[in-house]
Write a protein that binds this ligand. Sequence first.
Ligand code: ARG
Length: 562
Amino acid sequence: MDMKQTIATLMYEHLSEQWNLEEIVARITPPKHEELGDLALPCFELAKTYRQSPQTIAQNLVAKLASVPLIEHSKAVSGYVNIFLNKKLVAEQILKEVLIEQQDYGNLEMGHKQVVTIDFSSPNIAKPFSMGHLRSTVIGNSLAFIMEKCGFKVVRINHLGDWGTQFGKLMVAYRLWGDEQKVKEHPIQELLKLYVRFHEEAEKNESLNDEARLWFKKLEDGDVEAIELWKWFREESLKEFSKIYELMSIHFDSTNGEAFYNDKMARIVKLLEERHLLEASDGAQVVQVGDDVPPCLIKKKDGTTLYATRDLAAALYRQETYHFAKSLYVVGNEQTLHFKQVIRVIEKMGYEWHEGMTHVPFGMMLQNGKKMSTRKGKVVLLEDVLNDAIALAEQNIAEKNPTLHHPELVARQVGVGAVLFHDLKNFRMNDIEFSLEDMLKVEGETGPYVQYTHARASTLLKKGNYNEEQLNRIHVDEEAWATIKFVGEFPEAIKRAYEGNDPSQIAKHLLGLCRAFNKYYGSVRILDDENPKQSRLHVVKSVQLVLCEGLRLLGIAAPKEM
Ligand code: ARG
């Protein structure tokens, strides 16, 4: 329930000359110290417009709030309105709302069923799935759920890197050193080995690079042998990627990658020409996109088109196919310039829908403080990471809960959840340190901790024969307030996550809820005497619902037992 909204609405009549409702909501925040109240509104800005002292304005507002049942009392203190909620009433209201709405609790309406395309994951074929792609996959997948929760229709797009000079290198390497059988058995590992070997040998022998360029040119020109090899590399890689997606329960609506736009490039170039946007520069063709950004390269000297050109074709295709209102690109920080250029070109072409295009960047995954790179083959394979996490989770289950049903399924949910949560609990722009051990701790800010708290709540409900029907029996004890407050603020966390394209808002909120609930669990005997038991179980149920839904928004499963 949105207390701020309720209170702001009451204040609005008084303040409409100065602020709109949104602005009032934005200014109501919890005061620094709990004893000052649950919420507060500073009146200093208002004082200037109304030519009254902040304290006088605060007093007027306090008078206005006197008749509101959900507010116990409010006080004007040094220019602030300090609000003390009637916790019992507010708590009961929150619980009723959650228990009636169930998994729909926190659904928001800002999307109005408009379409948002989310470009995420987008690994490069014939190369291993890097940590950067893992981050994109995890963040993009969560944003997709968050956008759906906010009323958007989401199109999930995996813009596969299935075209480019790396294929030239691979073809050369495969023809020199490759072994068909080995590639079939372990495609990614073998192709990676070839790729790494190519770079090692090319350092000694420059001509290999020329050879690679030649083979890529052959591919672009439709040479039969080149196309065949390309198709095969693509297929084998996709099979491997699918395993990873399946492990993480991630799906896409489109896997149209870069190659899909091969026959759509000429049109873009033509459109740019017609609008007189193309300029020659050193034999290449570019579009100027402003003084603060270098020009966007459209066509190279040798006539081949580029990554940016493909993204322009893709943007146009997506608008024409899906009519998106928003279009997100979840791609690492290092491509910020690229997306600035692409979006500017779309703007210069006169398409207003450029306003809906947003690059959602993120920081690096580090190991011992250093970037993890694929070039030199020093690479952690994602599938290994997930399998290690699952194996560790399996071991934990065998030690702590040997009679658990479906241990393999739960181990997968916990292992994968640990990897996902570790990423999502940090604001995406922060670099994160990769540590399997930290990810799987049951104590601390981890996925297993949240899942474990959810499982504990589920067990309590089962043991206490929780009865969903008795909503009239809600009487909340004081110890439950901190927990219920987190439950009540869940919709606000979702809104913040949406506004900042920031799933960590939800992850952090869940951690706060877990801490509050585990404290509550430690301080009252939930399953004791009959009458308060049902009420306490209502609290437990609301916690279970919010944790389950919150985890779902992060792309993480919530097993009932673990
Ligand atoms: N495959 C690219 C890479 O690994 C990422 C593609 C991102 N999406 C896009 N539309 N450019 O760098």
